[in-house]
Design a protein around this ligand. Sequence first.
Ligand SMILES: CC(C)(COP(=O)(O)OP(=O)(O)OC[C@H]1O[C@@H](n2cnc3c(N)ncnc32)[C@H](O)[C@@H]1OP(=O)(O)O)[C@@H](O)C(=O)NCCC(=O)NCCS
Length: 175
Amino acid sequence: MIFLETERLLFRTHEPQDEADFIAMHTDSEVRRYMGGQAWPLEKAQFRFRNEYLGRPTKIFGLWATILKEEAAYIGSCGIRAGKNETETNLGYILARPYWRRGLASEAAKAFIEVAFTRLGSARLLADVEKGNDASEHILQKFGFKYVSQEEIPGRGRILLFYELLKAEWEKRAT
Ligand SMILES: CC(C)(COP(=O)(O)OP(=O)(O)OC[C@H]1O[C@@H](n2cnc3c(N)ncnc32)[C@H](O)[C@@H]1OP(=O)(O)O)[C@@H](O)C(=O)NCCC(=O)NCCS
């Protein structure tokens, strides 16, 4: 199922042919540097793909297979995760390294912010980012997310920064 399209990207349900690229992305330690800090072992990436991504999402929530249209290539997973309640949702994006720094995560973030506040009717969109993940933090700030708080991940020496974007703020920026 195709969920959404932007100028360069298409977001659809994960399909079997995405497996190799999904595994390559999550076994790349640079990709996972600020997402737990370690590359997934091959078995874990394969298990996660087959059990948590393949055939999903099917409706709205979840990370969608992200396809670069001009290359028909699977380049990552982006979307909105359900939050604690219906009006609070979480933005997420992860791209394979060869596709970084082309504005693609920004393009995805912009599209899913709009989904959250229009199709989903969220009042507040949340995002968390590990301290040091400057590219990701920059994307959030660029789209108007405001820093809320931070939390140390116990025993890991890592800090998670929590950001939020309120619908009212987003509407103000859009006008
Ligand atoms: C974080 C990530 C999604 C960024 O993707 P991307 O497609 O390279 O991002 P963009 O090209 O849209 O660039 C975003 C902005 O950050 C800037 N940027 C990129 N890398 C940067 C860095 N290392 N430090 C500071 N700014 C950086 C870009 O210049 C751009 O700024 P601009 O819009 O003002 O020109 C990508 O690196 C990624 O998937 N990383 C691994 C997974 C991950 O960390 N996901 C986020 C979890 S919170």
